[in-house]
Design a protein around this ligand. Structure first.
Ligand code: BDP
Length: 688
């Protein structure tokens, strides 16, 4: 059943999400020899030289064109932004020139009109979070081992490392990503040891000329774990001195070091509360050490404990009282939803609620809860949904985008993070279409108003357009772009439908977070890590009551949202069972009973994926054989998985509803007993 994605393929890739680690002479360049271009520039900065290099390497515009790169003073062009006017790229910083050059190149293939354009990034800091461990494994990584780490015993920097990091940096720069956190939020204290920092320095040196700052996740107990001190209490003078010294040591090696990402008092990680201190005490202590160097602390609000309180409420309860107590170089990093990167969640009520602190969204690019690299799930629609959600915190139109990007609150810093999906696999992201998620994160971080449709369009053009045989190019839009774009755009909703429709969430067997386990509740498991905690199915109905008659999590949302969510008739159906426990016979918008609607949604998801298979099978002439077959295999696997999900959930919930699966729907093909009693890993893959 296992499918491995270790093809020795020469993947293509769009000109800049280019990325072929093993073969720098990627197919794209072979198919698109650059045309001659003259570039005028004055600066000798590595950033500008990289802009010039990119233009010369990839130019597809007019042969012999004259392009000039100009540093200007302009209030319309913000730091890192750029202006394109005819053949001139202007910016107020060298980074802006680099981004402008990539934008010009992108437009040559994606048909974007950039002839007269000023473009400024939505967020000052656009950061990938790598959950990479020192031993080379990647937490929730489905694309092979870490691109940064091979083990404590092997910190030497090889030529292959340097080449790969450079490709990684180039790809990020081409979409505007300007920061990388190099290690897992469940951080090893050893990250701060001198030999490891030498490797961080080497990575930083490769990323720097592409405008990317290096950050580290730190373990709050590093002073004790490294056996330097007996406490990590943030108010202890020795601890404070320890961090100041450590930060000085880092900046001596990496003068433009970005700062720290911290997961504290969360899922067993140490933190200031271990010493009776608050998150603010902990974050501020680190912020003070970083302040003289311009460093940031990204302090995560992903906190919850196995208490009687609804998990969805806990982050808000802990953090809102601390609003206004954080230093101005602290940013609170908040996952898009209040639970945990589920296929669908309403936005976290922390967005917009902390008006005196900088708050940044955290998205998950790696598909931990959406099928790993075994299922196609294009995530831009999910992020767009979150960014466009209205918090109402400053009246109508206070979207998550606007409450985080500085539009509505005068926060000192703005940022956005994506948990990366990269690894050593030759296609970088476990399956080729998964690269679209990396691309989409970068593009939305640059412009949080972009539409998923445009992002998918760009990525497909950049990646596949020139792979079609020349005589097929005139039908490329009709036969490849449109149908494959539809697959991408529909894919996340399909995952929601066949796994957790109508606001259901966290229905996973075991901790691998892959297949369904609505029944999964081992004796000693933490209740809030088991599906019955979330779906609450019983003979009366299904769903988590978060209204005032239940956990009252709705009260954390600004009006009119609290009222809208409280009433099942006004609650958006996509969040229905997130907020309500409803009878199986409850009438949904379609007129069907809740039970029938659930059956229809599960079945719909399965039908959607079957259709993806049919559509993809018609595209063989438009991609390389490898990508064609690889995607075919992913979709085949996904169809199998969707069937398993549908059967497992419907047969399990049917024990409570005692209602028939509507007869017009296809019948289950698996037995509940077999699904329940088999080790899920017989059906589902283990992490690679
Ligand atoms: C959960 C992941 C876990 C991460 C955690 C986090 O399952 O591996 O450590 O999120 O974000 O979803 O800290």
């Amino acid at each position: 059943m296992m499918i491995r994605f270790l093809f020795a393929l020469t993947v293509f890739l769009g000109y800049n999400l280019i990325l072929h680690a093993q073969n720098p002479n990627d197919l794209w360049l072979q198919q698109h020899p650059a045309k001659a271009v003259n570039v005028q520039y004055k600066s000798k900065s590595p950033l500008v030289l990289n802009a010039v290099k990119a233009l010369k390497q990839y130019w597809q515009g007019k042969e012999g064109a004259d392009i000039s790169l100009k540093l200007v003073k302009s209030t319309a062009i913000k730091a890192e932004g750029y202006q394109i006017s005819g053949n001139t790229i202007s910016a107020t910083t060298e980074k802006g020139l680099l981004y402008g050059a990539y934008a010009m190149l992108r437009a040559q293939i994606s048909d974007e009109n950039v002839a007269a354009l000023v473009s400024n990034p939505s967020y000052e800091n656009r950061i990938l979070n790598h959950w990479d461990n020192l031993d080379g494994s990647v937490e929730r990584g489905y694309a092979g081992k870490s691109i940064f780490w091979r083990g404590e015993g092997d910190l030497t920097v090889s030529k292959a490392d340097l080449d790969r990091w450079k490709k990684y940096a180039e790809a990020n720069a081409s979409i505007g990503i300007n920061g990388s956190v190099l290690n897992n939020v469940n951080a090893s204290a050893k990250m701060l040891s001198a030999p490891v920092l030498q490797r961080v320095k080497a990575i930083a040196a490769v990323l720097r000329p592409y405008g990317i700052k290096t950050y580290l996740s730190v373990n709050f107990s590093s002073p004790t774990m490294l056996r330097d001190l007996k406490t990590a209490d943030p108010l202890n003078a020795d601890v404070i001195a320890w961090w100041h010294k450590k930060v000085a040591e880092i900046y001596k090696e990496i003068p433009d070091f970005g700062g720290f990402l911290v997961k504290a008092n969360s899922e067993g990680q140490p933190g200031p509360q271990d010493f009776g201190r608050t998150h603010a005490d902990g974050a501020n202590m680190l912020a003070d050490a970083l302040k003289p160097y311009g460093g940031l602390v990204m302090w995560r609000a992903f906190v919850y404990s196995p208490s009687n309180e609804d998990r969805a409420k806990q982050a808000y309860q802990e953090f809102v009282p601390l609003d206004g107590k954080f230093r101005d170089n602290v940013i609170i990093q908040v996952k898009n939803g209040p639970i945990d990167f589920q296929p669908r969640e309403p936005f976290s009520p922390l967005f917009g609620a902390m008006q005196h602190s900088s708050v940044m969204p955290e998205f998950q690019v790696t598909q931990e809860y959406l099928g790993h690299a075994y299922q196609v799930a294009f995530l831009a629609p999910m992020w767009e949904e979150c960014l466009n959600s209205d918090t109402y915190q400053k009246g109508e139109g206070s979207t998550v985008a606007k409450v985080t990007d500085g539009t509505l609150f005068s926060q000192k810093h703005s940022a956005i993070a994506g948990v990366a999906n990269t690894g050593l696999d030759s296609n970088w992201s476990g399956y080729t279409l998964g690269q679209a998620n990396w691309y989409a994160f970068g593009r939305l971080a640059w412009d949080n108003q972009l539409k998923s449709d445009q992002i998918a369009d760009e990525w497909l053009k950049l990646t596949f357009k020139q792979q079609a045989q020349p005589d097929l190019i005139q039908d490329w839009n009709k036969n490849f772009l449109q149908p494959v774009k539809n697959i991408l755009l529909e894919s996340r909703e399909a995952v929601v439908n066949y796994s957790m429709p109508l606001g259901l969430h966290h229905i996973f067997a075991a901790h691998h977070h892959f297949g369904p386990g609505p029944w999964w509740a081992p004796k000693n498991a933490r209740p809030d890590w088991t599906p019955p905690y979330y779906h609450q199915a019983d003979s009366l109905g299904i769903g988590f009551d978060r209204t005032p008659s239940g956990s009252n999590a709705t009260s954390q949302y600004h009006q009119p949202l609290a009222d809208v969510f409280n009433n099942p008739d006004t609650c958006p159906e996509m969040y229905l069972l997130w907020f309500h426990h409803l009878p199986w016979t409850y009438q949904t918008k379609s007129g069907r009973s809740l039970w029938d609607e659930l059956c229809f949604r599960y079945d719909k998801g399965l039908q959607q994926v079957r259709n993806f298979q049919k559509v993809w099978d018609k595209t063989s002439l438009y991609t390389s054989v490898e990508v064609y077959e690889e995607t075919q295999a992913v979709l085949k696997r996904q169809t199998f998985d969707a069937q398993v999900y549908k059967d497992a959930c419907l047969l399990y919930f049917q024990q409570f509803s005692k209602m028939p699966i509507p007869h017009e729907l296809e019948r289950p093909v698996f037995d509940l007993k077999a699904l329940e009693s088999g080790d899920p890993l017989d059906f589902y893959p283990q992490e690679k």
